[in-house]
Every structure is written in structure tokens, then in C-alpha cells.
Design a binder for this molecule. Structure first.
Ligand SMILES: Nc1ncnc2c1ncn2[C@@H]1O[C@H](COP(=O)(O)OP(=O)(O)O)[C@@H](O)[C@H]1O
Ligand SMILES: [Mg+2]
Length: 347
């Protein structure tokens, strides 16, 4: 009888991966293909069936700027470990020169400055990104096209054998890791393709254009990276440009997060925020574009909503428990704030 009892930890992990897809869908708008491709690799690991001697999965995320590539990796960390910070993140833009790549693995002992060059990647740092919820580590090489060529060579060993030799001759094991690389290689050609077909304002790719975008991305990757490198990638996923409806849903996600932030930070003095459709349109017009996707939206919300709202809080003009209605000013490119009970509070 005992053999039928499934250990508690295994039960928890099974339940967790079951709603992993649902949790990712709540955080990432659209990009269903990417979610569907990633989840099975997590399941493979949690089931104990991931192959030995290589990372659990190696993904290359391609597509236009601001469509959710980096966000996907953060959302996976959030869903798996409870925080988007549980990622060993390498911003490849910081490793554009060959000598900067050396900082990743640290200098050999005896080298001048050895003590100061602690490697940026280490087994300890990798393990620290896992959690008591899951022992799977998430590694992100963000915007790999920006890195010096030697980073590609260094990555080969990681992708192929799941290990990296550091400057001090110790090794880092990536067998319990999912490796993500993001890149906008080919993104410009993808945008040109969409502009030709649909015009800039309506980038709604149909099925055939999604395949075409994927081919453009793969072509650009093959031009930039060696065949060995490309062969070691398990899945290349091409992110689609976001539609108007997707931008709208992303705005909802960010406003919900802002409301949670207000409630947690202000506690009993917190208030509800509600936006008119004109205010929403304003934020979307300022914060989203075909060229940068939703990348600017957070900044625009910060500038036009959060910063003016700080004034309301400091002036104690937003009554605790009230609803603050946010509208677009008819005179300037600004939002206005009205409390439900007190009339106009600020412009
Ligand atoms: N598909 C998406 N779902 C949810 N949020 C998104 C999506 N795409 C972009 N965003 C928002 O825009 C920001 C920038 O997206 P990001 O993932 O960094 O873009 P990139 O594709 O260039 O890596 C994210 O932090 C997130 O707030
Ligand atoms: Mg990114």
C-alpha cells in the first residue's frame, strides 16, 4: 500500500506545474506559443525526467522590442519561485568588449586583481536563484546580440554540456537550469515585413505572417551565430507584435499591480483608482507603439499617474477609502484627478 503514497513534495510540484501555464497566461498577454513551448520543459524537470549532462532546456526568444520576451522569463520566475528576482540575469549589453566577458568567469588565481574579480556567474549564485518551491534555476542572457563574440564561445559549453569553467578552475553545473536567451535579431526586418503588408498602425499578423516572421528571425540568427551554437538551442520562439487589444490587456495588468501597490503601501489610508476611457486612451497613446511595443508604458504610468498621485497623498487630499477618478485633461497632455466625494483635487 505504501508504494501508492505519492510524497507530499511531488504532489505539490505536480499541482504547481499544472497551473504554471495558467499563471503565466495571467502575466503574459498573447504569446501563447511561447508559454506552450516552455511549460513542458518545466514539467520534464519536476517529473525528474530531464536528461543528464545538459541544461533542462535552452530557449532563444526572438521578436520585436517590447513584446514580452524578457517579461516571460521574469513571469516564469514569479510563477515558479514567487519572485521575478529569482533569475541569474546577464545583461549582454554589459559585455560588449572581450575583456568584459572575462568578468563573467573571473580572473585566474595569481592574476593581477584576482581578488577583485569575483566571477559574475558561480554555482552559489546559480543555486541562490532556486527556492524551496522549486530547485529549478532560471538563467537569462538578455539581448545576446549585444555581447562580444567570446560570450558565444563561452555559452557553447553551457548549452552543450551544462557546465562552465571559471577563472579559478572550478566549474558551474547547469543541469538544473533553464537557459533563456533573448534577442531582437531580425526584428527590424520583421517590422518592415509587417509594414509592407498591413501598414504600421495595424500590425496584426495572421498565421502565414507568423511563420514568415519566424523564418526572418532564424535567418538573422544563423547569420550572426555559428551552426554549433544554433544546433544547441532546443526551441527558438518568435514573439508576435502586440495588437491593440493586447496593449489594452497589458495596461489592465499594470493598473491592477498599481492598485495592489497602493493598498499594500498605504494600508488604511489607501484609496481606489479608476480611469475614464479617455485617460486609458491617453496612456496607451503615450506608452505603446509598433516600434517599442509596451516598453514605455510603465514609464508613462509612472510619470503621468504615480508621480502626480504622490502629491495627492502628501497633501492628504485623497480621503482614505475614497475612489480617485482619473481623466484626461482637456487643456494639456496631462491626467486630472478627482475624488468621488471631494470634487477636483489636482490637475
Ligand atoms: N506580452 C506581454 N505581456 C505582458 N506585459 C508585457 C508584454 N509585452 C510587454 N509587456 C510590458 O512591457 C515591458 C517591456 O517588455 P519586455 O518583455 O521587456 O520586452 P522585450 O520583448 O523587448 O524583452 C514589460 O516589463 C511589461 O511590463
Ligand atoms: Mg528584453
Amino acid at each position: 500500500m505504501k508504494a501508492n503514497v505519492i510524497p507530499m513534495r511531488a504532489q505539490n510540484e505536480a499541482a504547481q506545474t499544472c497551473d504554471l501555464a495558467a499563471r503565466l497566461r495571467r502575466r503574459i498577454v498573447g504569446q501563447q506559443e511561447a508559454i506552450d513551448a516552455i511549460v513542458p520543459y518545466v514539467e520534464l524537470y519536476e517529473a525528474g525526467l530531464a536528461p543528464e549532462g545538459r541544461p533542462v532546456g535552452v530557449f532563444l526568444l526572438l521578436g520585436p522590442t517590447g513584446t514580452g520576451k524578457t517579461r516571460t522569463v521574469e513571469a516564469l520566475a514569479e510563477s515558479l519561485h514567487g519572485s521575478e528576482k529569482n533569475v541569474l540575469r546577464i545583461d549582454c549589453g554589459e559585455f560588449q568588449l572581450e575583456h568584459e566577458v572575462a568578468k563573467l568567469i573571473g580572473a585566474p588565481p595569481g592574476y593581477l586583481g584576482h581578488r577583485e574579480t569575483q566571477p559574475m556567474i558561480s554555482q552559489h549564485k546559480l543555486n541562490a536563484t532556486s527556492s524551496d518551491r522549486s530547485s529549478l534555476s532560471i538563467v537569462l542572457f538578455d539581448e545576446i546580440e549585444k555581447a562580444a563574440p567570446s560570450l558565444g564561445r563561452l555559452l557553447l559549453g553551457v548549452l552543450d554540456k551544462a557546465w562552465l569553467k571559471l577563472g579559478d578552475n572550478t566549474t558551474v553545473n547547469f543541469e538544473r537550469s533553464l537557459i533563456f536567451m533573448t534577442s531582437n535579431l531580425g526584428a527590424r526586418e520583421m517590422m518592415a515585413e509587417l509594414t509592407d503588408r498591413y501598414g504600421f498602425a495595424s500590425a496584426h499578423p495572421g498565421d502565414s505572417s507568423e511563420t514568415k516572421l519566424h523564418r526572418i528571425g532564424l535567418g538573422a540568427v544563423r547569420k550572426r551565430f555559428s551552426p554549433e551554437f544554433v544546433n544547441r538551442i532546443d526551441r527558438t520562439l518568435t514573439y508576435s507584435p502586440l495588437s491593440r487589444e493586447a496593449f489594452d490587456a497589458i495596461l489592465d495588468l499594470q493598473l491592477e499591480a498599481l492598485q495592489r501597490h497602493i493598498s499594500i503601501r498605504l494600508g488604511p489610508s489607501s484609496f481606489a483608482i479608476k480611469l475614464t476611457s479617455a485617460a486609458r486612451r491617453f496612456l496607451l497613446e503615450e506608452g505603446t507603439s509598433a516600434e517599442y511595443g509596451a516598453r514605455e508604458l510603465k514609464r508613462v504610468i509612472h510619470r503621468h499617474l504615480i508621480q502626480p498621485m504622490a502629491r495627492l497623498v502628501l497633501d492628504k487630499t485623497a480621503a482614505p477609502g475614497s475612489t480617485v477618478w482619473i481623466d484626461r485633461s482637456s487643456f494639456a497632455a496631462l491626467l486630472t484627478f478627482h475624488s468621488k466625494s471631494d470634487g477636483n483635487l489636482a490637475a
